[in-house]
Design a protein around this ligand. Structure first.
Ligand SMILES: NC(=O)c1ccc[n+]([C@@H]2O[C@H](COP(=O)([O-])OP(=O)(O)OC[C@H]3O[C@@H](n4cnc5c(N)ncnc54)[C@H](OP(=O)(O)O)[C@@H]3O)[C@@H](O)[C@H]2O)c1
Length: 274
C-alpha cells in the first residue's frame, strides 16, 4: 500500500463509484462529489466541489470533457488533477494547458477495463502528462506513455477502435450464420480460435506499414477485395444490413485502384493515411 492521501472523486457513475471504492480499499481518505444525489460508496464522504479541490489529489470520471470543464473553473486550490474522463488527444492537451496556466499538476489517464475489473490485475491504466502516477495503482497497473498529455487518449481510442471493429465483425458474422439457424454457441468457439490466428498477422503488418513495403507471398489485396464483395453479397442475399462489409470493401477497393492490388492488405493504410 502506498502513502495514504486525501483523494476526491468527481463523478459517481459506474466507473467513478468503482474508483472511489478501490481508493478506500487502498486506505486513502476519500471524498466524493456527484451532480445528482446518488448513494455514496462505503467509507467515503460527500463533499462540495470547493472542499473536493483541497484534497491531495482530485480524480475526475465524468461522462465527457465538456461536462467536466466548467466544474473545474480556474482550478481554485487543486494541487493534482488525475483526469480519467474519456476524450480526444486534443481535449487532453487543452486541459494540460489549462492546468499549467493554473498551477495544477496534470495526469491524463485512460482506463482499459470495465468497472468490475477496477483494482484487479486485469485493469491497465494508461497515463500521460505528469510521470507521477499518484493513486492510479489503486485502480490497476499504471503504464506511463510520455509527457505529451494527449498520448493516453490517443492509445485509448486506437485500442478501442480495434475492439469496436472486432465486435462489429463478430455481430455481422453471427447475423450471417444465424440466417442459416446456427446459434452463437455453435459458432463462437470457431470465432475465438480464428481471432487468435488473425492476431498473429498483426506484428508483420505493423512492420510493413512502417517500412511502407507491401510485397506479399501470402494474400494479395485483389483477392481480399473479391472476398469482401462476396461477404457483402452474401449478407444482402440474406436480407442483412451490409454497412460494415461494404465500407471495408470500398476502402480496400480504393487502395486497389491506386495500385496496391498485388500488395498485402497492410497497404490499405496508404488510403487511410491520406
Ligand atoms: N464504464 C466503463 O466501462 C468505462 C471504461 C473506461 C472508461 N470509462 C470512462 O469513464 C467515464 C465515466 O463513465 P461511466 O461508465 O461512469 O458513465 P456513467 O455511469 O454514465 O456516469 C457518468 C457520470 O457523469 C456525470 N455527468 C453527466 N453529465 C453531467 C453534467 N452535465 N454535469 C455534471 N456531471 C455530469 C454523471 O452524473 P449523474 O449521476 O448526476 O448523471 C455521472 O457521475 C467516461 O468518460 C467513460 O468513457 C468508462
Amino acid at each position: 500500500m502506498g502513502t495514504k492521501k486525501s483523494v476526491s472523486v468527481l463523478g459517481l457513475g459506474r466507473m467513478g463509484s468503482a474508483l472511489a471504492t478501490a481508493l478506500v480499499e487502498q486506505g486513502h481518505e476519500v471524498t466524493v462529489w456527484n451532480r445528482s444525489d446518488k448513494p455514496v460508496p462505503v467509507n467515503t464522504t460527500r463533499a462540495t466541489l470547493e472542499e473536493s479541490f483541497r484534497s491531495d489529489v482530485v480524480v475526475t470520471c465524468l461522462s465527457t470533457y465538456d461536462v467536466q470543464r466548467p466544474l473545474l473553473g480556474n482550478g481554485d486550490g487543486i494541487k493534482t488533477l488525475v483526469n480519467l474522463t474519456s476524450g480526444t488527444p486534443e481535449q487532453a492537451r487543452a486541459t494540460a494547458r489549462w492546468a499549467a496556466a493554473n498551477g495544477v499538476e496534470y495526469v491524463d489517464g485512460v482506463i482499459m477495463a470495465v468497472p468490475q475489473q477496477i483494482g484487479t490485475a486485469q485493469a491497465r491504466i494508461l497515463f500521460s502528462g505528469s510521470a507521477n502516477h499518484h493513486v492510479l495503482g489503486a485502480f490497476g497497473e499504471p503504464v506511463y506513455l510520455g509527457e505529451d498529455a494527449g498520448l493516453a487518449a490517443l492509445y485509448d481510442l486506437a485500442l478501442l477502435g480495434i475492439m469496436w471493429s472486432t465486435f462489429g465483425g463478430y455481430l455481422q458474422a453471427l447475423a450471417l450464420v444465424g440466417s442459416a439457424g446456427i446459434t452463437p454457441r455453435q459458432f463462437t468457439p470457431l470465432a475465438t480460435d480464428w481471432l487468435s490466428v488473425v492476431t498473429t498477422f498483426l506484428p508483420g503488418m505493423g512492420e510493413e506499414t512502417h517500412s511502407r513495403s507491401y510485397e506479399t507471398d501470402v494474400s494479395a489485396l485483389d483477392i481480399n477485395v473479391s472476398g469482401l464483395r462476396l461477404l457483402a453479397e452474401a449478407g444482402a442475399e440474406q436480407g442483412l444490413d451490409t454497412t460494415l462489409p461494404q465500407a471495408l470493401h470500398d476502402l480496400f477497393e480504393r487502395a486497389q485502384r491506386i495500385g496496391h492490388g498485388a500488395h498485402g492488405i497492410a497497404s490499405v493504410i496508404e488510403e487511410i493515411r491520406k
